[in-house]
Design a protein around this ligand. Structure first.
Ligand SMILES: Nc1ncnc2c1ncn2[C@@H]1O[C@H](COP(=O)(O)OP(=O)(O)OP(=O)(O)O)[C@@H](O)[C@H]1O
Ligand SMILES: [Mg+2]
Length: 360
């Protein structure tokens, strides 16, 4: 499901860039068909965005975002210009509705539009709408469950305009959690029995937010976002050592910090993060019929924080691993594999966007 621009044709042979834009960075991924496996990571880049350019998901400085995009494109040397973008979920209204089963595609479009007008607080001609039939309704056999998504046209146009400034041709504007699901499903396909019967919790630990997605039998059964992320540790470093945010960010990654850092700054953060995650799982148990989680996957840039996966495993008593969306893929010769190990979890959404090349 995505807001697409059907005027532009696409096919698996057409190169496509997955571009995830968040407040902290532009993340670019290009997947190509593999020779031994279905997909190959040809190139990627993570390019920081000037602070304040995007605030609460809203673009304040389009030129600054476009220039980060341009740098990401240059750095990878890609010649592809067709792109899949994503909106943060805060810019999209989603709703599950019931419609009669067995209608024609056009009839669903009409029905979705009339249903949508009840939920959307602005005129229907100011929104882009999309929908996906999820499957038969559990309550009534004559109905199907339909997921509808709506976003203000201007929000989509803003993002498209930025990509165009960077010389890109956007053909799809997805929603971040849906793009993430493509990457999650790919990783799940490597679990025993392709994850059948398992209850999987994926935490995307970003800069300012941590989002939890619980997947069971190929369905998202729970979603929740918490205002907590790796930025908390950066701020702790700023406060403790009197560094600028940029310097603290660099040193956090390189580990080039005074000897008391691990015990006095990193360890309390890891403890706090594990508490947040355990709490999110408690909330999941309390608000769903589920009584267990079989595996915790950590994604997002915060996933690689030293000691975090171990702390979460111990606190929750659930097997926990750091997720790479590129599992099972060939890796292009231009990609530095050691750096990729550190960066891969942060590329979950951009990888999911790049995978749109392969879903017809
Ligand atoms: N090697 C590393 N070690 C520790 N933390 C890291 C590392 N690399 C990135 N991070 C942290 O990950 C966070 C960024 O993660 P990510 O790129 O997934 O966030 P985002 O998607 O931009 O933010 P959000 O999801 O909140 O919008 C930052 O806080 C950054 O400091
Ligand atoms: Mg993120």
């Amino acid at each position: 499901m995505a807001f697409s621009f059907p005027t532009m044709k696409r096919g698996a042979s057409q190169p496509l860039l997955g571009i995830d834009v968040t407040a902290s960075s532009v993340k670019l991924v290009e997947l190509v068909p593999g020779t031994r496996t279905g997909m190959k990571l040809e190139r990627y880049a993570i390019e920081p965005i000037e602070r304040g350019a995007i605030v609460d998901g809203h673009v304040e400085k389009p030129e600054a975002v476009a220039s980060a995009m341009t740098r990401a494109i240059r750095r990878t040397g890609t010649r592809a210009r067709v792109a899949a973008l994503a909106l943060p979920s805060s810019e999209v209204i989603t709703k599950r509705i019931m419609l009669p089963a067995g209608l024609l595609e056009e009839d669903y479009e009409v029905q979705v539009e009339s249903e949508a007008s009840q939920y959307i607080p602005f005129p229907i001609d100011e929104v882009n709408l999309d929908f996906q039939i999820l499957g038969p309704s559990e309550q009534s056999p004559d109905d199907v469950e339909v997921l509808l998504a709506a976003s203000r046209k201007e929000r989509i146009e803003d993002r498209v305009a930025i990509a165009e400034m960077a010389g890109l041709k956007p053909i799809v504007v997805d929603v971040q959690p849906y793009a993430a699901r493509l990457a999650i499903d790919h990783v799940c396909s490597f679990l025993p029995g392709a994850g059948a019967g398992m209850v999987l919790a994926v935490f995307d630990i970003g800069q300012a937010t941590t989002s939890l997605t619980v997947v069971h039998e190929g369905k998202t059964v729970f979603e929740r976002e918490q205002p907590f992320g790796g930025g908390v540790l950066t701020q702790d470093i700023v406060r403790c050592y009197g560094l600028s945010v940029e310097e603290a960010e660099l040193r956090k990654r390189s580990g080039d910090l005074p000897t008391n850092y691990v015990a006095e700054v990193l360890a309390p953060f890891v403890d706090q993060a594990a508490t947040e995650i355990a709490r999110a799982l408690q909330f999941f148990y309390a608000s769903t019929p589920f009584t267990r989680i079989d595996r915790v996957f950590l994604a997002g840039g915060g996933a690689v924080t030293p000691g975090l996966a171990e702390a979460i495993a111990e606190r929750t008593q659930v097997a926990t691993e750091i997720m790479s969306p590129f599992q099972g893929m060939e890796i292009g010769s231009g990609v530095r594999e050691r750096q990729l190990q550190v960066d891969a979890p942060a590329l979950m959404v951009s990888c999911g966007l790049a995978m749109r090349r392969f879903d017809q």
